[in-house]
Design a protein around this ligand. Structure first.
Ligand SMILES: *[C@@H]1O[C@H](CO)[C@@H](O)[C@H](O)[C@H]1NC(C)=O
Ligand SMILES: *[C@@H]1O[C@H](CO)[C@@H](O)[C@H](O)[C@H]1NC(C)=O
Ligand SMILES: *[C@@H]1O[C@H](CO)[C@@H](O)[C@H](O)[C@H]1NC(C)=O
Ligand SMILES: *[C@@H]1O[C@H](CO)[C@@H](O)[C@H](O)[C@H]1NC(C)=O
Ligand SMILES: *[C@@H]1O[C@H](CO)[C@@H](O)[C@H](O)[C@H]1NC(C)=O
Ligand SMILES: *[C@@H]1O[C@H](CO)[C@@H](O)[C@H](O)[C@H]1NC(C)=O
Ligand SMILES: *[C@@H]1O[C@H](CO)[C@@H](O)[C@H](O)[C@H]1NC(C)=O
Ligand SMILES: *[C@@H]1O[C@H](CO)[C@@H](O)[C@H](O)[C@H]1NC(C)=O
Length: 535
């Protein structure tokens, strides 16, 4: 091709050229890898469990490198499994993790307290020249990081550790929002952790349940302007709003951040779902399956331009009028099996709801003074059983797990088995095609902090993607208007709407699971009971 002379000619040619050649420039993207991992576990033998799993990790690191990956992420609890013993027997399952400030390389070092597992992770990063992020049970002391703690008061953290291509520890993040994990302690103040890479991307990291809380997740995106997140999780999917891939994509979209999400795989306990999400640019790759198996997902991740300056207007503020005494609803519906994955079910009964029986609808549904408008139309072909939908609206408190109180706001259309509200929140194939749905809500007092996740789910337990979502300030009203709209007729909708965490009201922005009663109760529980309730 002849290149025209002059700046304008050259510019046009380059644009044309880049359209012809889909291959993007290597410096515009990096290659990310996540592992959905089904760990081996021997509950009586921590070291054997760790050894077997870390060997698998090393294999995955090698495979990822063969596919040109720059960074690989492993799930929460993937090395230990989530069948860890109680606190008193945790020691063999844990390791000391030197501070990133020390630039320590476990692979070549010989420090006491640093486990063989941590060394092997570091060597896997080094041998394959790849950034590696793994979640591991860390041991430390209340006063810092010594190996021998005063009065043997060893504490444990649920920790993500990141290594650079040389196997150097470059980040260490301790989970802030624990989910019924009696073995682990949080650090105070909570940490907000980032690391830089040689491909020019700064990553933030957090773990599992953290995704529903402002600290540290929103510190990263809204205060530091971080555009890429490495996320390890051992999620317990909950329909209709919080199944794994739905939540991961919703968060990535809401914060317009690339999210590399690695999930623990144990479908019969409800844990499955991993993916690489590109914020408002969609899903690069995702998986949720009933097969109990490990799987490597690799994708190019286009680099995002950090917002400049970061969105200080939505900095994370506390609301002085915070009131935690609201009554919170708890889960009541029994778990369901969807495509072989055990799914918890949210309790829709406290919500305001309205049947969407008509072929076309335009309804305002209000929960007290929180109102959502639902407009749209649908056609039904065939099967009577799977045609029922409700518009559901809620503004108030709920309980996650055993005792985490959290405020949510919901505006959504969701599938029900029959006309009874208790039958809503199922995930079934549907005989309905929605030609369009538009859901709008206006939240007044726009200074309050909301994490508003666009929420889409179909009967494959995946978020369908053909919709638009907007969030705009209504200056005259001092309010924010949220709108989600289908782009084209869509079948098999299980859920479509907006799931908000209203985090402005919370006293410290964290999960607050550490009430004394939780700890005592948890110690009494068997490991299996722990598993069944954990996110
Ligand atoms: C700490 O633990 C060690 C080994 O378990 C034991 O020998 C020692 O007496 C303990 N020290 C205290 C102060 O409890
Ligand atoms: C890794 O090691 C190489 C060779 O020793 C060195 O040049 C490079 O700076 C190191 N990279 C990092 C990120 O420390
Ligand atoms: C995270 O955000 C909270 C709320 O704005 C703030 O109090 C805290 O200092 C932030 N943490 C860090 C480490 O920036
Ligand atoms: C909420 O439900 C969970 C699971 O059924 C139960 O363990 C917990 O005690 C309940 N919490 C409250 C406050 O009722
Ligand atoms: C609706 O379905 C539920 C099962 O989810 C069943 O228990 C209930 O009896 C049904 N109600 C009606 C009104 O058919
Ligand atoms: C907005 O904030 C004011 C003052 O805090 C409060 O009185 C009012 O109820 C809030 N309105 C809504 C819709 O939350
Ligand atoms: C659900 O959505 C996913 C992702 O868009 C799509 O691949 C899948 O075919 C959809 N499943 C159904 C049953 O429509
Ligand atoms: C809008 O909200 C801010 C913060 O709460 C408040 O200071 C301001 O007075 C409000 N403006 C109007 C027009 O209500």
């Amino acid at each position: 091709m002849r290149v025209a002379v002059g700046p304008l000619g050259l510019l046009l040619t380059l644009v044309h050229f880049s359209q012809q050649v889909p291959e993007p420039n290597r410096k515009d993207y990096y290659v990310g890898a996540v592992v959905e991992f089904a760990p081996y576990v021997n509950v009586k033998d921590g070291p054997a469990t760790l050894e077997k799993n870390v060997n698998s990790y090393a294999d995955f690191a090698k495979q990822a490198k063969q596919q040109d990956a720059d960074i690989i992420v492993f799930p929460e609890d993937g090395l230990t499994s989530y069948s860890m013993p109680g606190k008193s027997k945790m020691d063999p399952w844990t390791t000391v993790i030197p501070s990133p400030k020390e630039e320590y390389v476990p692979c070549t070092g010989d420090r006491s307290g640093v486990s063989q597992t941590l060394k092997q992770l570091s060597c896997a990063a080094r041998t394959n020249s790849i950034y590696l992020v793994a979640n591991i049970a860390e041991k430390g002391c209340p006063n810092g990081n010594a190996v021998e703690c005063p009065d043997n008061r060893t504490i444990y953290h649920n920790t993500n550790v990141a290594f650079d291509r040389n196997g150097t520890i470059i980040a260490r993040y301790r989970k802030v929002n624990l989910y019924d994990e009696a073995q682990f302690d949080v650090v105070n103040p909570p940490e907000v952790v980032t690391f830089d890479t040689d491909f020019g991307v700064k990553f933030g990291t957090f773990i599992c349940f953290d995704i529903l809380f402002p600290v540290p997740a929103l510190n990263l995106t809204r205060q530091l302007g971080v555009t890429d997140i490495v996320y390890s999780t051992a999620w317990f999917s909950e329909s209709p709003f919080l199944t794994a891939v739905q939540t991961q994509y919703g968060w990535s979209y809401a914060e317009n951040a690339n999210l590399l999400a690695a999930g623990y795989n144990k479908p019969q306990f409800g844990s499955a779902g991993s993916g690489i999400y590109l914020g408002t640019n969609g899903i690069a790759t995702a998986t949720i399956t009933e097969k109990s198996q490990s799987r490597l997902l690799v994708s190019r991740v286009p680099k995002k331009t950090p917002p400049s300056p970061p969105d200080v207007l939505s900095s994370i503020q506390k609301d002085p009028s915070s009131d935690k005494s609201d009554s919170c609803y708890n889960m009541t519906a029994p778990d369901i099996d969807v495509l072989g994955v055990l799914i918890k079910r949210d309790n829709i009964q406290p919500y305001q709801t309205d049947l969407l029986n008509e072929a076309s609808f335009n309804k305002n549904v209000c929960y007290n003074d929180f109102c959502c408008n639902f407009r749209g139309s649908k056609v039904v072909d065939g099967n009577e059983m799977s045609t029922i939908y409700r518009a559901v609206v809620y503004n108030g408190c709920r309980i996650y797990g055993r005792s985490a109180h959290a405020d949510i706001r919901v505006c959504a259309v969701t599938q029900c088995l029959n006309e009874s509200v208790s039958s809503c929140g199922i995930v079934n194939p549907s005989a309905v095609t929605f030609n369009n749905i538009e859901i709008t809500t206006t939240v007044r007092n726009s200074t309050r902090v909301l994490l508003a996740l666009p929420s889409a789910l179909n009967s494959s337990l995946l978020p369908f993607e053909r919709w638009t979502y907007s969030k705009e300030k209504v200056t005259t009203e001092n309010a924010t208007r949220y709108t989600i709209t289908l782009k084209e007729p869509t079948s098999d909708i299980s859920t479509f709407g907006i799931y908000m965490r209203d985090v402005g009201k919370e006293s410290n922005g964290t999960g607050e699971l550490f009430s004394l009663s939780t700890i005592i109760f948890s110690i009494l529980m068997s490991t299996i009971a722990l598993l069944a309730n954990r996110h």
